[in-house]
Design a protein around this ligand. Structure first.
Ligand SMILES: [Zn+2]
Length: 105
C-alpha cells in the first residue's frame, strides 16, 4: 500500500482507496481530468486573490491621496492598512502562483 495525493484536495490518501476519505472524491474512474480541473480551479482562485490584493493596494493609495492632499488621522491609518495588506497580499499570492505553476510542470 502506498500513499498518493488526492487529485481533488491534495491530501495524502491510500493508493488503494476507491474514494478520498477527506473530500469523498470518486477515485475509481479516470482521475486525470479531475487533477486538471482542480489545477485550473486553484489557478483561478489564486488569480482572484492577487486581483483582490491589487485592488486593496490601489484603494490604499487612493485613500491616501484623495483630493490631492496627503491623508491625516483616521484616513491615513485606513489608507496605510489597505496599502500594506494589499502589497503584502499581492506579493504573497504572486509567490503562490509561481509555486503552483512549478508544481504542474
Ligand atoms: Zn480528497
Amino acid at each position: 500500500m502506498a500513499l498518493v495525493q488526492c487529485p481533488q484536495c491534495d491530501k495524502r490518501i491510500s493508493s488503494l482507496a476507491k474514494s478520498c476519505q477527506y473530500c469523498h472524491a470518486d477515485l475509481s474512474g479516470n482521475t486525470d481530468s479531475m487533477r486538471v480541473i482542480n489545477h485550473i480551479q486553484q489557478s483561478t482562485k489564486l488569480m482572484n486573490q492577487s486581483f483582490l490584493a491589487l485592488t486593496l493596494f490601489i484603494a490604499g493609495v487612493v485613500i491616501w491621496f484623495w483630493g490631492g492632499e496627503v491623508a491625516t488621522g483616521m484616513r491615513a491609518i485606513i489608507g496605510a492598512i489597505c496599502f500594506v495588506v494589499g502589497f503584502v497580499g499581492y506579493l504573497y499570492t504572486r509567490v503562490r502562483i509561481i509555486l503552483h505553476k512549478r508544481k504542474s510542470e
